[in-house]
Design a protein around this ligand. Structure first.
Ligand code: SF4
Length: 347
């Protein structure tokens, strides 16, 4: 992606929160005050364990969920507040979503041509049935399928083909921005690369911008220009893809990276792993201060009392961790708390 393109913001997310009311007046803070930008033409990878709020972030941006508070600005226009039905519909002509499960997200009773043409119908993008069908044929070819597939039903396709149909459906309205919510997680490893290659090809050809959501840093490594890491509703680190992989600052990012196997058996044998103890706490009753403190090998007293500030430590590299607050001794990083944590060198 050209440097100039990187600088132009397509999406600005400011202090976004999405809370859900659950039983007994409890509130689940799925996304709790996150801020980041996405630049035109880039792929922004958003990663974290299951339940960290990454999918809720995507669904709130595209307004499948109403934001609890915060601002979302898309192409200079505020879209975070109350939107009319029509404004939401207009938004879906610029923003589309690809879902994790390509079978569940396709209506099994509809033929592929009707699934793909749904957006064309809603936004009146075809002047006649003939034009609409031609557009469906073109879209099928764009995603590596062919016109013979138009009259079939979703169950007649493999997982990879179904994901291609989902991509064709998203492309039908000619969007600028696509949220891909774990688009390859449900696919066989052999098919994953094909879908990633297709998404990259489409990005080059059509100048698309992606928010690519995944639970695993290895999945976003090759596709992302920048990566954001979420933990329990908070963004904990954000940087260029190379920076996150080569110089991760947050202990959680370091732990995620250390879990990625290395292809070279010699390196793999001596690879140091950060083993996180315990489960992710409940977002209904998250730990005070830093939400990662109950699993962090470096937790300090301040971590229980004060939520770490989200700040830019180097140009383009953001982190929320007291180890990287100004004036905190870096020696603290070599004094891990004992509680529930250990760093184990894998022999
Ligand atoms: Fe959180 Fe403290 Fe660990 Fe940083 S050192 S990740 S602030 S618990």
């Amino acid at each position: 992606m050209a440097e100039k393109e990187k600088k132009e913001k397509l999406l600005e997310i400011k202090h976004l929160k999405k809370y859900f009311k659950v039983a007994h007046k409890d509130v689940l803070k799925a996304v709790d005050d996150i801020s980041f930008d996405i630049y035109k033409g880039e792929t922004f990878g958003l990663v974290g364990e299951s339940g960290c709020g990454k999918s809720t972030t995507g669904r709130t941006i595209i307004r499948l969920y109403e934001p609890t508070s915060g601002d979302v600005v898309f192409a200079g226009e505020a879209i975070g507040g109350k939107l009319s039905h029509r404004a939401k519909r207009d938004l879906t002509s610029k923003m589309q979503m690809i879902f994790q499960d390509p079978y569940a997200s396709l209506n099994p009773r509809m033929m592929v041509k009707d699934i793909i043409a749904e957006g064309l119908n809603i936004h009146h993008l075809a002047k006649s049935p003939k034009e609409r069908l031609q557009r469906v044929f073109d879209l099928l070819e764009t995603v590596g399928l062919n016109r013979e597939h138009a009259n079939r039903y979703p169950h007649e396709f493999s997982g990879g083909q179904r994901q291609r149909i989902g991509i064709a459906r998203a492309l039908a309205v000619d969007p600028e921005f696509i949220i891909a919510d774990e688009p390859i997680s449900a696919l066989d490893v052999s098919i994953q690369a094909q879908v990633v290659n297709l998404l990259q090809k489409l990005q080059e050809e059509q100048g698309l911008t992606y928010l690519f959501i995944a639970h695993d840093l290895s999945m976003v490594k090759h596709i992302s220009d920048r990566v954001g890491v979420m933990y329990l509703g908070n963004m904990v680190e954000l940087a260029s893809s190379d920076e996150v992989y080569d110089h991760p600052l947050h202990p959680y990012t370091q732990a995620l990276l250390s879990a990625i196997p290395v292809a070279d058996p010699k390196v793999e044998r001596t690879r140091e792993r950060v083993i996180l103890q315990g489960e992710v706490p409940s977002p209904i009753n998250p730990p005070s201060g830093c939400r990662f403190r109950t699993r962090c090998p470096f937790a300090m007293d301040i971590c229980a009392k004060v939520r770490p500030k989200w700040h830019e430590v180097e140009k383009g590299h953001w982190v929320a961790c007291h180890l990287h607050d100004e004036g905190v001794s870096k020696d603290a990083a070599s004094q891990p708390a004992e509680a529930n944590n250990k760093i184990a060198a894998k022999k």
